[in-house]
Design a protein around this ligand. Structure first.
Ligand SMILES: [Mn+2]
Length: 314
């Protein structure tokens, strides 16, 4: 399949590379790592990386493309296969569409090829393999971007999505020239203010009967500490990780852009993705999410999480 994808690339004059909206570092890293590799290999082609941006984008500004341009383009989508995770619908006009993802979800969009590896730690890990199979060289900047995605999606090689390939590929990216120190300075040093926010956040975490840790971040919390929805939601969820007594943790954040509540759900070992699915979301077995309408709904999510925590506890 990867060779067929290479044929599509060689045939295309214009290539548009996308990933899910409100991107995390794996989404940005896979999109922009792939983009800069293609640009180096095919300097004459028009290659665009399109999408929204947020505070995690320390990479580069995004390109734009018109709906007309999509019609003549080969389009790649990274780190999601779900309509609801994508911005707009221009990609449906694509001449050809290739999906690349490491999640467990079934695509609800039309595609020509789907490069899927649920065993891969990250989309960046798949992109490395894809480029290698297609014999497209990875420039130093792309190596940095791809390693950033791997580091981010594995929580610095901490989560159980890490396997020997993850280390293998990370080593290869370092060999190309990705600098760990430089990456860690960008990704993990933060302001004193952020450290104080994290301390406040953790000190106000609540617990269900079976020690499901949770926090409800309302609009006031975000305003008071001047943090955006993304920072509060995905940026703080793992402040609750790593306590022996806590099997599952959930972070609920009001998103005033859509008037709904984002639910980030995490677990040490128990699979909780069915609960995310129940509320219209998805993701990985131990790291998933959904969006609900009201705070009462978050209590229903919590009750379901508490039940699986109780059952697994025996
Ligand atoms: Mn990912």
């Amino acid at each position: 399949m990867n060779i067929k994808i290479k044929k599509l690339i060689e045939k295309a004059n214009k290539i548009i590379i996308l990933r899910h909206k409100d991107p995390d570092i794996d989404a940005l890293g896979s999109q922009l790592g792939f983009c800069s590799s293609l640009k180096q290999a095919y300097p004459k082609k028009t290659i665009l990386a399109v999408g929204d941006t947020n505070s995690l984008n320390t990479f580069q500004p995004m390109d734009t493309a018109t709906r007309e341009e999509y019609k003549e383009s080969l389009v790649f989508i990274f780190d999601t296969v779900s309509k609801q995770m994508l911005l707009g619908s221009d990609y449906t006009e694509a001449k050809n569409l290739v999906l690349v993802d490491h999640h467990l979800n079934e695509p609800d969009i039309r595609y020509d090829y789907y490069v899927r590896d649920a065993r891969a730690s990250s989309s960046c890990e798949i992109v490395y393999q894809l480029l290698k199979d297609m014999r497209i060289a990875i420039p130093q900047i792309a190596a940095k971007y791809l390693l950033m995605g791997i580091i981010s999606d594995t929580g610095r090689f901490l989560y159980n999505n890490v396997n020997s390939d993850t280390f293998d590929i990370s080593g290869k990216l370092i060999k190309i020239g990705a600098n760990i120190q430089e990456i860690f300075d960008v990704m993990y040093s933060e302001s004193l203010e952020m450290k104080k926010i994290k301390a406040y956040f953790f000190s106000t975490v609540q617990y269900t009967k079976n020690n499901v840790a949770f926090r409800k971040n309302d609009e006031d919390f975000l305003k008071k500490y001047h943090i955006d929805v993304h920072t509060a939601s995905r940026g703080l969820v793992n402040q609750m990780a790593g306590a022996n007594e806590v099997p599952i943790w959930a972070n609920f954040t009001f998103d005033n852009r859509i008037g709904k509540i984002l639910c980030e759900l995490r677990s040490h070992t128990i699979s909780i993705v069915d609960i995310a699915h129940k509320y219209g979301g998805g993701g990985h077995a131990q790291a998933c999410g959904c969006t609900v309408d009201t705070w009462e709904d978050t209590d229903k999510v919590l009750a379901d999480l508490d039940l699986v925590a109780e059952v697994s506890h025996g």
